[in-house]
Design a protein. Sequence first.
Length: 106
Amino acid sequence: MAPIIVTTDYIGLVYAALLAVGGLIGGLRRGSKVSLIAGLGSSLAAAYGADRVSKNSTDVLPALITSSALFLLMGYRYTKSGKFMPAGLVTVLSALVSIRYFLLKP
């Protein structure tokens, strides 16, 4: 059994904050309620996952599911639009965070 390491998941919390900022920007600049709700909702899910990892370094499933789902969804949007902002950026960030959580998985 892997040891439980209690440390704050700063990478996950920064990822969650970036998702929230992106949702706010999308909501305010374009007047998109969908961007606002999706950005804040995915930010809350990512923050919840980061909190779980912070309390137990092997409890990565919520964070891994959130980042992987965003990778797939935003990757699809990026391939359809070809626009790096915001879909491509979220795809890259989500891929990196997903790989990190996958490597932490026991």
